[in-house]
Design a binder for this molecule. Structure first.
Ligand code: GLN
Length: 308
């Protein structure tokens, strides 16, 4: 076993033994059914080597991790014009907060809180019908992961549609400020489908390769190196909501979480990493996922702040 495989196995073992696991999200009913004792980790190195441990092959709901892929697509569609409609500052508020929208005229703080991701979906619908936008997302994720088996979980999408009252409030509120252009139901339908992508740690870590490798994946350019750097910067500053500062302090890595318990983290030039454990902390981020990434960085020195 090589060094990274040994580290990954060690971390999975350590996480299995943890008693405190956080609380599984229950506001989206199908997510409440996921066993709390799951833990998976996958590390894809720059040379393509993959190291996995635990439940790394189990598909889970990637939820807000999809916001990274949606942002990538929206920047591809409209470039820097996107920033007229969404900011680039950490919010310091919960992922589903509405408070700042009032004083900030319907402009969400960043693309990784729900309000920001809903605007990103609306931007995509400026050029595509919902079905086309969802198809584009699925094709994109399959392409960057190199895996045609990735699907959207329609049960989760439907549950979000039925219970997503806060998201409906956010979208309607932004529409009142003129920052949502397409019909609210269509924007949310698209957003909920993106959140309902089901992926395993292995698939997610594979999908994150373009962010690790300056925009390159499988020898072709997905986005420019400058754009990859910028998306990583946003992941570092805003990827864990009001817990982003703490995540950066503990890991020194760009990362994006989802309430399904997944986290995609990027060690630029080194590795793309996905962890999954469904129990969440009070900010809606995977408790053991964060701990596992903290341990990984302690063991490898992969923090972007490590002097090289
Ligand atoms: N679909 C979830 C929601 O809209 C995504 C939230 C998350 O993963 N933080 O509430």
């Amino acid at each position: 076993m090589d060094a990274i495989s040994a580290i990954v196995a060690e971390i999975a073992e350590e996480m299995r033994a943890q008693e405190h696991r956080g609380k599984v999200a229950d506001y989206i009913p199908p997510l409440a059914q996921v066993p709390a004792d799951k833990f998976g980790i996958a590390v894809v190195m720059r040379d393509g080597t993959v190291h996995t441990a635990g439940d790394a092959e189990d598909p889970f709901s990637i939820q807000s991790i999809s916001k990274v892929f949606a942002l990538t697509l929206a920047l591809g569609a409209v470039g820097d014009q996107l920033w007229q409609r969404v900011g680039r500052e950490p919010s310091g508020s919960a992922f589903n907060s509405i408070v700042q929208l009032e004083t900030e005229h319907g402009i969400p703080r960043n693309p990784f809180i729900n309000a920001g991701a809903i605007v990103v979906c609306d931007v995509l619908l400026g050029r595509l019908q919902p079905r086309e936008a969802i198809g584009q997302m699925l094709r994109f994720v399959r392409m960057v992961a190199g895996d045609e088996t990735i699907v959207i979980d329609e049960v989760v999408a439907r549950a979000e549609q039925e219970t997503g009252f806060r998201n409906k409030a956010l979208a309607n509120y932004m529409r009142a400020f003129g920052n949502i252009h397409a019909p609210v139901d269509l924007v949310l339908g698209t957003y909920f489908h993106f959140c309902s992508l089901a992926m395993s740690c292995r698939q997610l870590a594979m999908a994150g390769r373009y962010l690790m490798a300056g925009g390159q994946s499988d020898g072709h350019s997905v986005i420019s190196d400058r754009r990859a750097r910028r998306i990583n910067a946003l992941m570092m500053s805003c990827g864990h909501y009001d817990n982003s500062g703490d995540f950066a302090y503990r890991t020194g890595l760009p990362g994006k979480s989802g309430v399904g318990g997944g986290i995609l983290a990027v060690a630029p030039g080194i590795a793309s990493i996905a962890v999954w454990s469904p129990g969440l902390n009070s900010s809606g981020n995977s408790h053991l996922g964060q701990l596992a990434l903290e341990r990984l960085v302690q063991k490898t020195g992969w923090s972007v702040f490590e002097p090289r």
